[in-house]
Design a protein around this ligand. Sequence first.
Ligand code: AHR
Length: 522
Amino acid sequence: MRKTFLLFSSYLLAGCIIASAQKESQTTVNQFVVIANNPGPVISKDIYGHFSEHLGRCIYEGIWVGYDSKIPNTHGIRNDVLFALRELKIPNLRWPGGCFADTYHWKDGIGPQEKRASIINTHWGGVTEDNSFGTHEFMKLTELLGCDAYINGNVGSGTVREMAEWVEYLTSGSDSPMTRLRKENGREEPWKVKFFAIGNENWGCGGNMTAEYYTDVMRQFSTYLNNYGENRLYRVACGPSDYNVSWTETLMKDPASRSRFQGLSVHYYSLVDGWNNKGSATDFDERQWFQTMRANLQINEVIKGHAAIMDRYDPQKIKGIVVDEWGNWFNVEPGTNPGFLYQQNTLRDALSAAVHLNIFNHHAERVKVANLAQTVNVLQSVILTEGDKMVLTPTYHVFRMFRVHHDSRLLQSDLKCEDYVFGERKIPSLSASASVDKEGRVHISLANLNPNKPIVLACPVIGETFNKVTGEVLTADAINAYNTFEASDKVKPAAFNGHTFKNGVLTVTLPAKSIVVLELTK
Ligand code: AHR
């Protein structure tokens, strides 16, 4: 009651401040009110996760170069990529797919490298997969990154026994054929595995199953995924794509089914004009920019749709939504293998990342994990490589700027802003979220989606007093600016000083097409 009253008073106060600010300026219509003294749910750091599939040059070349490579590496993992990913403090990494996961037989990827089976990667370019990157290499990668493992099991073409044995091989400390095999392969102690997915896109590449059939199969597989020792698996059931709420309903409605998983995956890719007309990643006009932003914002509706169903069966919000594939999907770069999904990454992708991450922050109560597709050289990557060269993409910089939200608590906020109008359509010009970390610092992440005009934003921060505001901005001259191996710093963050702080009201001038992250300290 007292809390509600305090909050109500805070809002009233905020309203007065905004009204007076508007009266003063006569023009300010953009406002982001932040209530700083009533922190909400924790924004799980796991929504800042990444995804690396055996697809194109993501694992091979992008991450794994092998022990004998001239490219500086640690246990076969290239150092430049490793150090860059460490800088992002990536919380979890999903592997080995994607569609590849439901063709992957983990025993092909253990033991002496020269004895490993070569297979055909049927989903992605039909290339030969020599399995030189397998379970031990992946777990070493997560150790070197200091992140949690998110392993995606094979339901589509695998067996219950195969999946159960993988979990035993990975996490059991008891004596058994699987743990003896692990030890023979050089790993004495069990690993910790936090997330384990029971198939991927089983409505499509993972077996073309109906929701009813998958639900039964998931129950069966899940029964044999044991928690060994202290390891507790967060089991992720294959969820829907986009707006397919009936898939969610089928998995959630029966208590015996929903008791078999902790998280439900949701996949959502942003497309400019549908799957048949994805457009170029670098050569686009304002219409395509607008369409991309519009598609990005729709993930909010997608999450709301699935969350509404989950709320009916799980009002305490115990089950998480796991958005383990999201991002922009454009045409591959001209001249590259269509099966490798290699695309450049521009300022547009940076704005897209900011929009998604702000939306995930707002859904902190339900969205527990999210993974950008994909880490290196595939779709909306944070890193691109070419031989021994590496470049950080604009999307990388957004993930670095947004690190401040990891495990912080969401602050209540209210955004009112002008529209960004293009032709007959409009979307909000701004995207924003705010959190408070364990040290009491408030972070506000803002994005101006309008590529044509700066926006002045009144930002009253209610309930706490702060003395200092610092910030970083990411923008560029052109909507399609991007970093290349020759010019790697075209799009990079800079210190931000487009703000004033007076009477508790923060006023921010956001450059056109920009992302700004502010830190407020006492
Ligand atoms: O990320 C590329 C592919 O997109 C994944 O393999 C699949 O799960 C999705 O359809």
